[in-house]
Design a binder for this molecule. Structure first.
Ligand code: 4NP
Length: 155
C-alpha cells in the first residue's frame, strides 16, 4: 500500500497543484502517491492556472494533466498526510475533521521548514507572475524536507 499525501489550498489551481507536482517528483512512485484538492468548489474539473503550469514547466515539471477537485470528508481516511498551504485552509480543514486522528493528519506545510511559525504560502492568484516564482521556490524547498522525512520514515 503506498503512503498517500494530499496537498490542499483554496482553489486547487495555483498552489496545491504545484505542491503536488513538486513533491511527487521527489518521491519514488511505487511507494508514495500525491494528490491535491481545494477547500472551494469554483475550479472543479479545471486544469491548473496557466501561470502555475508555466512556472512548473520552467522548472522541468509538467502539471497540466491535473484536474481541480474539492476536498471531501473521505479524504481524511484516504490520505495519511494532509498538507495545507495557509492558515485559512488549516482552519477550514480542521473544522471538517470529526476525530482527533483526522486532525493529527493535517499540517501547515511551511511549518516543516519554519517549525511552529505558522507561515502561509501566499496566494498568488491575484498577483504577478513573480508571485508564482516565489511560491515555486518555497514549495520546492519545503518539499525537499518533506520528501526526506517521508522516505526515512517509510523505508
Ligand atoms: P489557490 O489560488 O488556492 O492557490 O488555487 C486561488 C485560486 C482561485 C481562487 C482563489 C485562490 N478563486 O477565488 O477563484
Amino acid at each position: 500500500m503506498p503512503v498517500k499525501i494530499l496537498m490542499v489550498c483554496l482553489g486547487n489551481i495555483c498552489r496545491s497543484p504545484l505542491a503536488e507536482g513538486i513533491l511527487a517528483s521527489k518521491l519514488p512512485q511505487d511507494k508514495f502517491t500525491v494528490d491535491s484538492a481545494g477547500t472551494g468548489s469554483w475550479h472543479i474539473g479545471h486544469a491548473p492556472d496557466k501561470r502555475s503550469i508555466e512556472v512548473a514547466q520552467k522548472n522541468g515539471l509538467c502539471i497540466d494533466g491535473q484536474k481541480g477537485r474539492q476536498f471531501k470528508n473521505s479524504d481524511f481516511d484516504e490520505f495519511d498526510y494532509i498538507y495545507v498551504m495557509d492558515n485559512s485552509n488549516y482552519r477550514d480543514i480542521i473544522h471538517l475533521a470529526k476525530t482527533s486522528e483526522h486532525k493529527t493528519k493535517v499540517h501547515l506545510i511551511l511549518n516543516e521548514l519554519f517549525p511552529d511559525e505558522n507561515v502561509d504560502v501566499p496566494d498568488p492568484y491575484y498577483g504577478s507572475t513573480n508571485g508564482f516564482d516565489n511560491v515555486y521556490q518555497m514549495l520546492d524547498e519545503v518539499a525537499d524536507i518533506i520528501a526526506q522525512k517521508l522516505i526515512e520514515k517509510h523505508s
